[in-house]
Write a protein that binds this ligand. Structure first.
Ligand code: GDP
Length: 467
């Protein structure tokens, strides 16, 4: 019997040794953590602005930045930050890690920040959704240059990104009116007012409340003006507000659902020296080293070996943290697939293949098509991607009053909101909007367009009984 105990001890020590080798043990850090995503039309200046922030906060020196910019150009990549993020993860990449969401970090005296970037997100919007779905704050970059602002708004990506950002639950939008240094602009107040007035109208239509959900900042990413330090006197005397980083630092703390059940959608997984690691954002609840949890939907039981952030480690990680979690109890990552969630064992996440949902129809694959039973699309919720078919239409809804307008409509069209039943090709971890909005929001897409946005309103009696 004693031998057995010794064997167990040995095993425990071995694992502990391994974790020590594999995991960087970093100090704990109680500063607030925010997840950011850069949004906006091509060439608005997202990469340049990300670069300025990284240089100004001392994460990368200008020389190294220039190297990445050169390499990005040579490899015909649009974004230097993608090259940077991939490079900083080189070690993990050689271990066969699939990077679904790239990350870079910076910090200020007040807060820790993670910039999320989806590889090639300009070409492939669904990836942008995965990255952006974890963001707390969206930085919508707008080019103020003559013609560029107009191109970004009329048929460009500016409004689509703003709309998607709202739908997937980003809480706050900072609109950075960029290129104010440009010869056609020269810090003109008239141009700034024109842009902010027009955008306010559009943003309101996308559901953003001008009183509390967004604000505008003029600046130049290229000239690093109003990015970290406030503008010097004489540059733009009509603006006296804080800089971009100053604004981020001063944002009120977001309400986070710490008392809720633990939910971490997994964005990335990889194996390092025999230990499986996963990366994800804590959406609700908290997670502690030593805790036993489930990888859902398969209910694979694992133990938490360590919790590591970008620049610190945790004994307990709370909602909002974006962490790497080393797991014990699995040999490979077979249990993990897009849509996998880490969940508490005694508060399991529902796994459902049929839902009642409220769907807002934004666009149809082609003008003649209608939203009817049997209509099919691709369903994106947190990191899950599955085929979905409309089973039945229950009622059209008045979005202002939530009243049911028409029972059992035979079809719906762009602009309608409809309560309907949807059937997924495979069961997905989902919750009702009233319980956990981050696990209840979804988009319906075809290969090129966002067709609809939706919320899960009922997961069904059977699913509820199971949890
Ligand atoms: P992205 O596609 O949004 O990532 O845009 P980039 O960061 O690649 O920038 C697109 C172009 O705009 C590049 O030629 C930049 O040099 C230029 N640019 C970016 N920021 C500024 C700025 O603040 N002022 C001016 N004048 N040009 C800028």
């Amino acid at each position: 019997e004693d031998d057995d105990i010794e064997d167990d001890d040995e095993e425990v020590n071995e694992v502990a040794d391994k974790v020590e080798q594999v995991v960087k043990v970093l100090p704990e850090d109680s500063r607030e953590h925010l997840n950011l995503v850069f949004l906006g039309h091509v060439d608005a200046g997202k990469s340049t602005l990300s670069g300025s922030i990284m240089v100004l906060t001392g994460q990368v020196d200008p020389h190294t930045l220039a190297k990445y910019e050169r390499e990005a150009k040579e490899n015909h990549r649009e974004s230097w930050i993608y090259a940077y993020i991939m490079d900083t993860n080189e070690e993990e990449r050689t271990k066969g890690k699939t990077v679904e969401v790239g990350r870079a970090h910076f910090e200020t005296v007040k807060k820790r920040y993670t910039i999320l970037d989806a590889p090639g997100h300009r070409l492939y919007v669904p990836n942008m959704i995965v990255g952006a779905a974890q963001a707390d704050v969206g930085i919508l970059v707008i080019s103020s240059k003559k013609g560029e602002f107009e191109a970004g708004v009329d048929g460009g990506q500016t409004i689509e990104h703003a709309r998607l950002a709202k739908m997937i639950g980003i809480k706050y939008l900072i609109v950075f009116v960029n290129k104010m240094d440009e010869p056609t602009v020269m810090w003109s107040k008239a141009r700034y007012d024109e842009i902010t007035d027009k955008l306010t109208v559009h943003l309101k239509k996308c559901g953003w409340n001008p009183k509390k959900d967004f604000q505008f900042i003029p600046g130049s990413g290229y000239g690093t003006l109003n990015v970290k330090d406030p503008l010097a006197p004489g540059v733009c005397d009509w603006y006296s507000g804080p800089s971009l980083i100053g604004t981020l630092d001063n944002l009120a703390t977001f309400d986070r659902n710490e008392s809720g059940a633990l939910r971490i959608p997994i964005t990335t997984s990889y194996k390092d020296r025999g230990i499986v690691n996963v990366i994800g954002k804590v959406e609700s609840g908290s997670i502690t080293v030593g805790q036993s949890i489930h990888i859902m939907p398969g209910k694979t039981k694992v133990e938490v070996l360590s919790l590591t952030g970008d620049i610190c480690s945790f004994k307990t990680a709370r909602p909002g943290e974006n962490i790497t979690i080393a797991l014990k109890g699995i040999e490979g990552d077979d249990a993990i697939r897009p849509g996998s969630i880490l969940a508490e064992i005694n508060r399991p996440v529902p796994v459902v293949s049929e839902i009642e949902a409220l769907v807002f129809i934004l666009d149809m694959p082609d003008e003649r098509k209608l939203f009817t039973p049997n209509f099919s699309a691709v369903f994106h919720a947190h990191t899950a991607v599955e085929d979905v078919t409309v089973k039945s239409l229950i009622a059209t809804i008045d979005t202002k009053t939530s009243a049911e307008i028409k029972q059992k409509p035979t079809f719906c069209k762009v602009g309608d909101a409809v309560k309907c039943r949807l059937v997924l090709s495979r069961a997905v971890c989902l919750e009702e909007f009233a319980t956990n909005p981050q696990l209840a929001r979804f988009t319906l897409r075809d290969s090129t367009k966002t067709i609809a946005f939706g919320k899960v309103i009922n997961i069904g009696k059977k699913a509820k009984e199971e949890i």
